[in-house]
Design a protein around this ligand. Structure first.
Ligand SMILES: C[S@@+](CC[C@H](N)C(=O)[O-])C[C@H]1O[C@@H](n2cnc3c(N)ncnc32)[C@H](O)[C@@H]1O
Length: 161
């Protein structure tokens, strides 16, 4: 299927695994929660979320190679019952039931997306991002993580109020 009519916001750049772990630690997922990754790439963030708690996950993605990687990774991890990939634009995602979002987008995309988060996320939903903060939102936690290559990555936890 060709989804090239949907504008791609930011390239396919997977979050380093160690950074995913720190983002998930901040989200403190609970059994029974629903976790979203808008622009889920290879679905690693959602697969790792399933190792933290008994959660249901929904990823949105439109890039064919990322969808292929995500489906393969989910199958290999035997998590097809827990993780669903929707081949749809992130701006059309129904996030009204989300307990937690794990995102990786540039600041400009987060700025546009923030209007959807403000309007559609339930109160109390948590969002973990890294490298870029969400313009206009106050982070509940900001953390600097030292990576193996010596670089420092900034991680943010937000809560919808
Ligand atoms: C920076 S990557 C992050 C991948 C993954 N979330 C991670 O952290 O490893 C952004 C992803 O969003 C996807 N994306 C960009 N625009 C999108 C859109 N409008 N709808 C759905 N996915 C989109 C890209 O294809 C890419 O895989």
């Amino acid at each position: 299927m060709n989804y090239s009519f949907i504008p791609v916001n930011d390239p396919y750049a997977p979050t380093p695994t160690e950074v995913v772990q720190h983002k998930l630690d901040l989200l403190a997922l609970q059994d029974g929660e629903t976790v979203f990754d808008l622009g889920c790439g290879d679905a690693r963030q959602l697969i790792m979320a399933c190792a933290m708690a008994n959660v249901t996950c929904i990823g949105y993605e439109i890039l064919p190679e990322a969808i292929e990687d995500a489906n393969k990774n989910i199958k290999d991890a035997q998590l097809s019952d827990q993780i669903e990939i929707k081949i749809e634009d992130i701006y059309k995602a129904d996030i009204s039931e989300a307990d937690a979002l794990i995102l990786y987008f540039s600041r400009s995309v987060l700025g546009v997306l923030s209007r959807k988060l403000e309007n559609e996320l339930p109160t109390g939903a948590r969002i973990a991002t890294h490298q870029f903060d969400i313009p206009g939102w106050s982070a509940e936690i900001e953390k600097e993580v030292l990576q193996k290559d010596g670089s420092i990555e900034k991680i943010y936890l937000y809560r919808k109020i």
